[in-house]
Design a protein around this ligand. Structure first.
Ligand SMILES: Nc1nc2c(ncn2[C@@H]2O[C@H](COP(=O)(O)OP(=O)(O)OP(=O)(O)O)[C@@H](O)[C@H]2O)c(=O)[nH]1
Length: 299
């Protein structure tokens, strides 16, 4: 038997010729006989959480560059072993210097379908978006960051859907605890403090028309009022206490207040909202989930 001793050596000068590339195995484009398991279509295959800096537009025209985590997938038909995985990133990188608003994803998803010979595509861009927030009564301001994702799908009939996900943090003062506290004071002269807690509304909005992150934040602020604060001096803290008294809310109230704001906005086609009050009274959360309720809509 000829013993071929393999060299263990990395040749920094080796270059890949077209002939050499053609001689390399290309398993993902191999025959269906290479498929392991059921020879059935796969709805989403690709790369999750590749990161790059992307540009986003603000309403005033300013462009902001933010670290973005990208999930990019395509559908794979039966009889196909695999996708050309690197094209998920290579195709996306063709757009890396462009300005990203949700509509841009349709272009990229069409490029996914073309470059990866697929019938459908999915993208999700996740980033933390800063907005300068003024204090309630002092003349201070500071950055509030919002956890945002743009999500889009392009199906085999060319139907494009675009969604924006955003988390909005607020304070919820419990109206029942407030009444019980007042009752203790009035009926027994005993002081009492109602419970309140940091809360978060997870919004998913299907867009009809352009909606900036700033617009979604304003809708939430108008609905809930008691957003968490950034820069706080004593006059701001007192203002916040007054605001919590004026806008007490059960987790049911929070969901309905947000419904009221979003349902009226023509830029929004559909939505589902999950409110979570991380109760300071309990070691568990009070949760409500509400949707616009359009036929075949988000649930
Ligand atoms: N489809 C698939 N590819 C994988 C996976 N894990 C690693 N890869 C590798 O992803 C690498 C890049 O694949 P391709 O994008 O097809 O690379 P390529 O064939 O040089 O690219 P093209 O010249 O565009 O065809 C290949 O070496 C694959 O073996 C996987 O789970 N699925």
């Amino acid at each position: 038997m000829i013993s071929t001793t393999l060299k263990r050596y990395y040749d920094p000068t080796f270059t890949v010729s077209q002939d050499y590339k053609a001689s390399m195995p290309d398993l993902q484009n191999g025959p269906a006989s290479l498929i392991e398991g059921a020879n059935v279509p796969i709805q989403q295959v690709g790369i999750s959480n590749f990161k790059l800096p992307l540009k986003y537009p603000r309403p005033d025209g300013e462009i902001i560059t933010l670290e973005t985590s990208v999930d990019g997938y395509v559908g794979l038909d039966m009889d196909k072993k695999g996708i050309n995985m690197s094209r998920i990133m290579r195709t996306f990188y063709k757009y890396k210097d462009e300005v990203f608003h949700p509509d841009k994803l349709e272009e990229i998803l069409q490029a996914y379908k073309d470059d990866l010979h697929s019938n459908s595509g999915y993208l999700r861009l996740s980033f933390n978006y800063p907005i300068l927030k003024e204090s309630l009564r002092s003349d201070l301001e500071g950055y509030q960051y919002y956890n945002v994702s743009y999500e889009a799908t392009l199906d085999d009939e060319g139907n494009f859907k675009k969604f924006v996900h955003m988390d909005f943090e607020y304070s919820s003062a419990c109206p029942c605890s407030y009444e019980l506290s007042e009752h203790a004071k009035e009926s027994r002269g005993i002081d009492a403090i109602p419970h309140s807690q940091r809360s978060v509304a997870n919004l998913t909005v299907e867009l009809e028309d352009e909606l900036f992150v700033e617009d979604m934040v304003q809708l939430c602020r108008d609905a809930l009022m008691t957003e968490t604060q950034v820069m706080v001096k004593r006059e701001d803290e007192q203002a916040f206490a007054e605001m919590n008294a004026a806008f007490q809310k059960f987790v049911e109230d929070a969901a309905r207040l947000l419904y009221d704001e979003l349902d009226d906005d023509d830029r929004i086609q559909d939505f589902v909202i999950r409110c979570v009050h991380m109760e300071s009274l309990h070691s568990h959360d009070a949760v409500s989930r509400i949707c616009k309720g359009v036929p075949n809509g988000l649930r």
